[in-house]
Design a protein around this ligand. Structure first.
Ligand code: 3EB
Length: 342
């Protein structure tokens, strides 16, 4: 089974881009503001309702494609598809459906429940290893009942990892966690039969070891993972920000944060290349998604990033809130290599 990626496609072009291969679509994401009816796909599609920056379109979509026909299913609100060793799914939970209790907010409960359902599905489908997770929630920096919502999410996420006896350190997926204006807790995930190889950043404390000043429970993600299909190596680089050690650096300085985020990606890339089996991964071949807190920072951020990354690269710019109030930008990336006959 081989994986491919359909990048940055105008949503209205999606049906024709995927014509004849709709049963080969593992899943995908659409970012922007849905125009008109918002037709439902029959494959898992994560819809992220937040402004796209810089394009002339309201919404764009990306999709993961398999060269074999996918199997589809639905489980406790998760829409999923499977192809070969891979499973991709999307779950959306409305916080209003969770009561919350003393010491546990509705968001914390929704987060724990979402991961519980994901782990239950992955175990049942025998693709237990999470490779990559995309988390979106509303008002991520808002404090309710004395705790920032991102920190509430982290409690729920960690609770479920522990409940399912999944380590909360070391072998954990690549991820991102961003804030959008409203809507449900939305989590997309890719998982496999085989565990991914975690990659950390020597310039940063591992997120799962952050000290308690960033919240009562640590975030659970690896800085990157290398994951394997029979003939391919996939590199997922997690959301990467202007953090050195465990501290935010260059607060209030967009240019500084852009450069530091890229220095972190370069460091993760070097670590990944130490472990990788295929040809060296280089910055200019990556597909990037850049999250920018203030839409007005788009042009200056692009003008700083493009000369450093390369002008002929795939980059989608999106407005989203970053999980620390002092972070202005976060960058994630991935690449897909064929394995040689070594
Ligand atoms: C950081 O390095 C920035 O909670 O899943 C990046 C990637 C960040 C993933 C997550 C958070 C997450 O801490 C924030």
């Amino acid at each position: 089974m081989n994986l491919s990626f359909l990048s940055d496609c105008a949503v209205q072009d999606l049906p024709s881009a995927l014509a004849e291969r709709a049963d080969h679509v593992l899943g995908g994401s659409a970012i922007g503001f849905p125009a008109g009816s918002g037709k439902k796909t029959d494959w898992p599609l994560q819809t992220v309702v937040t402004p796209l920056l810089g394009g002339n379109r309201e919404m764009m979509a990306e999709a993961w494609l398999s060269d074999v026909v996918c199997l589809s299913g639905e489980f406790e609100g998760i829409r999923w598809r499977c192809a070969g060793p891979l499973l991709f799914g999307v779950i959306e939970l409305d916080e209003a459906d969770f009561a919350g209790q003393a010491g546990s907010s509705p968001l914390q409960e929704a987060s724990a429940e979402a991961y519980r359902r994901i782990f239950t599905l992955l175990d049942a489908q025998q693709r237990p290893h999470l490779w990559r997770v995309w988390n979106y929630l509303s008002d991520i920096n808002m404090e309710t009942a004395g705790l920032e919502r991102y920190r509430q999410f982290n409690i729920g996420r960690q609770d479920s990892f522990l409940e399912f006896s999944r380590g909360a350190t070391g072998n954990v997926p690549a991820a991102c966690a961003l804030g959008v204006a409203g809507g449900p807790l939305s989590i997309a995930f890719m998982a496999g039969i085989h565990p991914a190889v975690p990659v950390e950043n020597p310039r940063q404390v591992s997120a799962y070891n952050y000290p308690s000043e960033y919240g009562p429970r640590s975030p659970i993600f690896s800085r990157a993972v290398l994951a394997y299909l029979p003939a391919q190596e996939v590199l997922f680089i997690s959301g990467t920000a202007s953090i050195v050690g465990h501290q935010t650096v260059h607060p209030g300085d967009l240019a500084g944060q852009c450069r530091e985020s890229l220095a972190n990606i370069a460091a993760v890339l070097a670590e990944a290349n130490r472990l990788a089996c295929s040809d060296t991964f280089v910055m200019s071949e990556l597909s990037f998604r850049v999250y920018i807190r203030h839409a007005t920072d788009f042009l200056p951020a692009r003008n700083i990033l493009l000369p450093l990354i390369g002008t002929d690269v795939e980059i989608v710019f999106v407005q989203a809130d970053i999980c620390r109030h002092d972070l202005l930008i976060e960058i994630e990336a991935f690449a897909l290599h064929f394995l040689g006959n070594r």
